[in-house]
Ligand binder design. Structure first.
Ligand SMILES: Cc1ncc(COP(=O)(O)O)c(C=O)c1O
Length: 371
């Protein structure tokens, strides 16, 4: 006989998932209805409306894709790229790298726009690629979770827009933690994930697509190479037609609906200020421990804080002790940054002053012992 689930309550201060508001967990235990039940259709409509509010868009097609953030990434790329299309992908971290990989798997001819990990992509780099190639699409990550960099979008969006290309933004980590103004920035396609600043379990990937991008999809010469992620098919389920495509993950939609209601109750402005002020408090607390921030100054994402591991300190030992003795999870570095940085997430429900205090105290005590 296997044992009942026995899982400790962690303080999740890593790169995601973040802690989930108890209201969201409660919503997930709401009884199931069918995926075409009139009550569920109402909940779908409300969820789309709430997503439009968080994405700050009027885009009709604003829906949660079934799957994690990578499913949203793949949805946007596989629908917008046809084999042979030129695509410019900005790569300054692991997730830009993932986009470039996916874009080439879609048959795109990928033009990489690169910056060192930890630095932003400069607008003039995008300008250069727009002059030397004619990409159909320019893709960029807003908050690069692997480096803690928050990429400014305004200037780049204007360049892309003026060239006539489509602008795709990864807002997996940023949505719900800082401004993602889809309409104002003329973003044509944007995707996120439920487990970061939306503070839901992982499992859905909110996506919003402009009419211009939908026209590009409708005007494709070839079929979208993924049946499951074909937006023209999925759209028919989320629009008035209500045509069955796949069985919606009902309980996850309940969860997202509740987490978006919580965001609406808090208000976007207050929520973004909370993320800012807790990140500032973290910066002060880390400075008092002699721990330095790692990402480019002036471009640090408040919800994912990359700090340098102090000289002579063993990365995995510290993280193991944080978890086993203090129930706190933080993230290590990915790829070339493994062993060099810690990534401290202050996302959604996890972005609380008391969590910063608990982490700082715990780190202080562990670092003292490690010396
Ligand atoms: C910026 C960014 N993009 C994409 C992803 C992929 O999301 P998922 O792991 O939910 O598939 C992540 C995950 O951490 C991410 O941080």
């Amino acid at each position: 006989m296997s044992r009942r689930l026995d899982v400790p309550e962690r303080i999740l201060l890593g790169p995601g998932p973040s802690n989930v508001d108890p209201r969201v967990l409660k919503a997930m235990s709401t009884p199931l209805v069918g995926h075409l039940d009139p009550k569920f259709l109402e909940i779908m409509d409300e969820t789309m409306e709430l997503l439009r509010f968080v994405f700050q868009t009027k885009n009709r097609l604003t829906i949660p894709i079934s799957g994690t953030g990578s499913a949203g990434m793949e949805t946007c790329l596989v629908n917008l790229i046809e084999p042979g299309d030129e695509v410019a992908v900005c790569v300054n971290g692991l997730f830009g790298e993932r986009m470039a990989d996916m874009a080439s798997r879609c048959g795109g001819i990928v033009r990489r726009v690169e910056a060192e990990w930890g630095r932003i992509i400069e607008p003039r780099q995008v300008e250069e690629v727009l002059q030397s190639a004619s990409p159909k699409l320019v893709a960029i990550v807003h908050a690069e979770t692997s480096t803690g960099v928050l990429q400014p979008l305004k200037e780049i969006s204007k360049l892309v827009h003026d060239s006539g290309a489509l602008f795709l933004v990864d807002a997996v980590t940023s949505l719900g933690g800082c401004e993602v103004k889809v309409d104002e920035l003329k973003i044509d396609a944007c995707y996120s994930a439920t487990q970061k600043c939306l503070s839901c379990p992982p499992g859905l990937s909110p996506v919003t697509v402009s009419e211009k991008a939908m026209d590009a999809i409708r005007g494709r010469k070839s079929k979208v190479r993924s049946w499951y992620l074909d937006l023209s098919l999925i759209e028919k389920y989320w629009s008035k037609d209500r045509v069955y495509h796949h069985t919606a993950p009902i309980s996850m939609v309940y969860a997202l609906h509740e987490s978006l209601r919580i965001i609406a109750e808090e208000g976007l402005k207050k929520r973004f200020e909370r993320h800012e002020s807790n990140a500032e408090f973290l910066a002060e607390s880390m400075a008092s421990l002699g721990i330095k921030f790692w990402a480019q100054e002036g471009y640090r994402a408040p919800m994912i804080n990359a700090v340098s591991i102090p000289e002579g300190i063993e990365d995995t030992r510290v993280r193991r002790l944080l978890l086993s003795e203090h129930n706190i999870e933080i993230g290590g570095g990915l790829g070339e940054l493994a062993g060099k940085i810690w990534r401290i997430g202050l996302m959604g429900y996890s972005s609380q002053r008391k969590n910063v205090v608990l982490l700082s105290r715990a780190l202080k005590e562990i670092l003292r012992r490690a010396k």
